[in-house]
Design a protein around this ligand. Structure first.
Ligand SMILES: [Cu+2]
Length: 392
């Protein structure tokens, strides 16, 4: 795209520099008549092309209208519902926000142990639940029995993942595992309210992957809290040993009200505009600022980061240090980047980051796209026994 002005300017210059000087010659007059005819012919061609395009557009509109019922009741429900406006509720907080923040029980970021044996069984329950996404901010979520994100699933490469998905919500939902190589129409199918669905897949690819509800409109189901992370350990010896493992799921929230008195609901207009009110790690704004993740000086810490989106990337960075190793896109079979400052994790993607910090202190981890920090995508890694917390 940026080369367009350069490719245009030489031809513009050459046409001006070769224009005839002085009075018109007979040859120039003939050329003018010819050009005049050509313009008329071109105008006709353009008119017919426009007519064709117009008809094609009408046909596309008719096809889209016919396709509408097939996309399900949810699309219909959301288009007829109040879509909301772009009024921002970022930073809304009650008078006792600090007290609430201190009392909030943080989502456990420590990577849980992978189950032993050849099969890892998980029961996942989808539920309509009111969650807190920031101190004093309530949100009507479609999420999991424990809120959003869903439980961290941890398996070993080659293990069979055995999933039972139970839908205790009011509308159909589904689950899409990015770690699976399976036919989506069979495995990621909609599960009706009150029903369960059981399936298995083999975790053949190591890494950290997103899982999410894939029911339409997917934007709304993810934005409402239906996402989580699955860690697939590679074979022993592939990754260097570390002292601590933390899992962070980045996401954003789009609100139709401040959520202080009544739970806020999803706002489709903001979601389409990609203008969130809150952005979080593990579902709650700044929860690891008041409840920092910890490490001892000299330890190596591994962060398994998934960006659930639904639409905004996270630019992962730890203030005051540099990642010793970064597996971009979590492809653990390739060589990691060494000594990098900030690595983008795309919406729907993951990354693995190793960092060794020798000096005691409070090290903020952020999405360095700083609007994300203002909206809550920030936490602290507390290295050593240092007092207090800090905001960044
Ligand atoms: Cu859903």
């Amino acid at each position: 795209m940026s080369s367009a002005p350069y490719s245009h300017s030489p031809s513009y210059r050459s046409s001006t520099t070769t224009a005839p000087e002085g009075g018109p010659s007979p040859l120039f007059a003939i050329a003018s008549v010819f050009l005049g005819v050509l313009v008329v012919v071109l105008a006709f061609i353009a008119f017919f092309m426009w007519t064709d395009a117009h008809e094609a557009r009408d046909a596309a509109k008719r096809a889209a209208a016919q396709a509408m019922p097939a996309t399900g009741q949810h699309t219909h429900a959301t288009t007829s519902a109040n879509m909301g406006d772009l009024t921002s509720y970022a930073g809304a907080s009650p008078a006792n926000a600090m007290d609430l923040a201190m009392r909030h029980k943080a989502f456990p970021a420590e990577l849980p142990a992978a189950p032993a044996g050849p099969v890892a069984r998980y029961n996942l329950v989808l539920k309509d639940v009111t969650v807190q996404i920031a101190p004093g901010i309530k949100y009507s979520a479609w999420a999991w029995a424990g809120g959003a994100p869903g439980p961290v699933i941890h398996v070993r490469q080659g293990q069979t993942v055995d999933i039972t998905l139970t839908n205790k919500g009011a509308i159909p939902h589904s689950i899409d595992f990015h770690a699976a190589r399976v036919a989506p129409n069979i495995y990621f199918k909609d599960v009706n309210p009150g029903e369960s669905f059981h399936f298995r897949f083999k975790a053949n690819d190591a890494g950290v992957f997103m899982y999410h509800c894939g029911t339409k409109p997917v934007l709304m189901h993810i934005a409402n809290g239906m996402y989580g992370a699955i860690v697939v350990d590679p074979k022993p010896g592939v990754l260097p040993k570390v002292d601590r493992n933390y899992v962070l799921v980045a996401s954003e929230w789009y609100l139709d009200s401040d959520g202080l008195k009544e739970p806020a609901q999803y706002n489709m207009t903001k979601a389409h505009a990609r203008q969130p009110d809150w952005m979080t790690f593990n579902g709650y704004s700044g929860q690891y600022v008041t409840n920092p993740l910890t490490a001892d000086p000299g330890e190596t810490v591994r962060f398994w980061v998934v960006d659930a989106g639904p639409s905004i990337d996270t630019d992962f960075h730890i203030v005051g240090t540099i990642f010793d190793r970064a597996w971009v896109a979590a492809g653990l079979t390739s060589k990691p980047l060494a000594n990098v400052q900030t690595v983008g994790v795309p919406a729907g993607g993951g990354g693995v980051f190793d960092v060794k910090i020798d000096k005691p202190g409070l090290y903020p981890f952020v999405s360095h796209a700083f609007a994300a920090v203002d909206e809550g995508q920030v936490g602290l890694l507390k290295v050593g026994n240092v007092p207090g917390t800090m905001s960044h």
